[in-house]
Design a protein around this ligand. Structure first.
Ligand code: HEM
Ligand code: HEM
Ligand SMILES: [Fe+2]
Length: 482
């Protein structure tokens, strides 16, 4: 991917800009994993890097890098699809490029400040200059405002191109969804000193992003990718896309109630949250069935036409996208449903169980498909018709997925122990928390999470090596075949 900066075959600015976003995304993904490992080691050896890189900072950078790399990859994928879907050249791409550099410079400064200023009082000045203390979206206010400006430019690029070009169903959903996605960010920006109110609005970003707008966005990517990779019929994927939009927005919006159980909001949220969040997995299952059904159907149709074997034009991209269907279903659907009813959540709330769900859902629902889109980008950048999976692609996907699944299981076991001992047996007191942290199931769970984290990192290294080399290899294969 990096090797293609100079020699890429891309002729349009939208796709070039998309690749720029992908490159930064993958670097931030690497940083996310390294800081995750630091935090994981600190669970086992609390004095590790104490006062050099504290747990609070390692954790903060870990999850903020996660959100930012995913947003970068989403912007990248949007620019990538834009010119292709609309069949029109990107409007005001020069401005888009400028916005990219401004955003990247701002993020570098923000991260450096996080690392340099590790402790200190929370004041009006620290909210403006250091961070806001809102989990996942901690950018200081100056950066918040900058992000809004940059996103407006990005949105203008997308919207103006859409208006001038072909308006496919995929593009219409994308344009509407991005507006909702960007608009929600604003709800997490204003300050109130009432913690319940602050959390109430903060969930509008966090929950409505991942359980509504991001999920719809994934539907857009899946629809686009299936058309590109296996020639899926546009009518089929677009029909499902519209159904998903309806269902996800419906269940996602009121499903937000599952975060309003214990933060001081009225008790009627218990019933609303329980019912609608329990319905949330329905569209996920539909998406899962739909992706595999479509794929099987296409395979069958190809065989009928006498085309032997697979018709997949990009092996690694397809693998990651199929993994997305499974991962979304498991991480969000199953691990989410586990703890979504208030009767269960009163015991599991904020235990390692939550972290287990957080890891599998973010990885399964988003990391997978975004990596798939990067492979589609690489194929385009090298101008090859067919890109087969290499040994590195396979090791990359296998070790990363195995590692994340391993971490999830380890954390689920640690969370189970917390539920039984800390919550059920000892009544969830301050003391109970510390008793539960000392027990073998918890400590071993943390140890296995760290080990599986290393496996994940090893998978990531294979992935990066593959991204740097697969394009050239596919070119050589194609030259040989000709
Ligand atoms: C891809 C979609 C999803 C992602 C990325 C995701 C991610 C997360 C994350 C990171 C948290 C922890 C938030 C915190 O720091 O407090 C969380 C909490 C939670 N999620 Fe999800 N989630 C998704 C879908 C779902 C679904 C579909 C359900 C229900 C069926 C669900 C149920 C919950 C519940 C109940 C909590 C609160 C846990 C607690 O009480 O500590 N999630 N989710
Ligand atoms: C090298 C691999 C990784 C390691 C060692 C690791 C470790 C950690 C640690 C120690 C925390 C803090 C948990 C706590 O406060 O109890 C954390 C939080 C989190 N990580 Fe990771 N992580 C890794 C990879 C990932 C990946 C690949 C994703 C998603 C794509 C991810 C998503 C998250 C999320 C969403 C949270 C917040 C969870 C919550 O508070 O509920 N991590 N991680
Ligand atoms: Fe939620």
């Amino acid at each position: 991917m990096l090797a293609s900066i100079k020699t890429n075959h891309l002729t349009n600015d939208g796709q070039k800009l998309g690749m720029m976003y992908f490159r930064v995304a993958i670097i931030l993904f690497g940083a996310q994993l390294l800081l995750g490992l630091v935090a994981a080691i600190q669970f086992l050896a609390p004095s590790f890097l104490f006062e050099i890189l504290d747990f609070s900072v390692a954790r903060m950078v870990h999850i903020n890098a996660l959100v930012v790399w995913m947003l970068y990859a989403m912007i990248g994928a949007s620019y990538w699809m834009l010119t292709d879907e609309t069949e029109h050249e990107g409007v005001h791409m020069g401005l888009g490029k400028l916005a990219f550099w401004v955003l990247t410079a701002a993020i570098t400064v923000v991260v450096l400040v996080y690392l340099i200023v590790q402790v200190g009082p929370g004041t009006e000045a620290s909210i403006w200059l250091i961070h806001e203390g809102r989990e996942y979206i901690e950018a200081p206010r100056w950066a918040d405002i900058g992000i809004v400006v940059v996103i407006l430019i990005f949105y203008w690029n997308i919207f103006a191109t859409y208006m001038k070009g072909k308006q496919t169903g995929i593009m219409t959903v994308l344009v509407a969804d991005l507006l909702a996605l960007a608009g929600l960010y604003v709800t997490g920006m204003f300050f109130t000193d009432n913690i319940s109110m602050d959390q109430f609005w903060w969930w509008w970003v966090i929950h409505l992003w991942v359980e509504a707008t991001w999920e719809v966005y994934v539907g857009v990517l899946a629809a686009y990718a299936l058309i590109k990779l296996i020639g899926a019929k546009r009518e089929i994927v677009e029909m499902w896309l519209w159904i998903e939009v309806l269902m996800l927005f419906g269940s996602g919006v009121l499903g937000m109630g599952h975060h309003y159980f214990w933060i001081g909001t009225p008790e009627y949220w218990w019933e609303i949250g329980a019912l609608f969040s329990a319905l949330e997995p329905v569209p996920l299952v539909a998406m899962f069935v739909h992706v595999l059904y479509d794929w099987g159907k296409q395979q069958g149709a190809a065989k009928e036409r006498g085309e032997a074997g697979s018709v997949i034009v990009n092996g690694p991209a397809m693998t990651w996208i199929v993994l997305n269907a499974f991962g979304n279903f498991l991480g969000a659907g199953i691990w989410g449903f586990f703890h979504t009813l208030p009767q269960v959540n009163i015991y599991t709330h904020g235990t390692q169980f939550t972290a287990a769900h957080g890891h599998l859902s973010f990885f399964g629902a988003y990391a997978t498909i975004l990596i798939g889109m990067m492979y589609i980008g690489i194929q385009g950048a090298y101008g090859v018709k067919r890109m087969k999976a290499t040994f590195n692609s396979k090791m990359g996907v296998f070790l990363t997925a195995f590692g994340v699944m391993g971490m999830t299981i380890a954390l689920t076991i640690a969370g189970y122990e917390q539920v039984l001992v800390e919550r059920a047996e000892l009544g969830g007191t301050w003391n109970a928390y510390f008793v539960a942290q000392e027990l073998p199931w918890y400590i071993q769970g943390q140890l296995w999470r760290a080990i599986m984290g290393v496996v994940t990192l090893a998978g990531f290294i294979y992935l990066v090596v593959d991204m740097l080399t697969i394009g050239k290899k596919a070119q050589q294969d194609e030259a040989q075949a000709a």
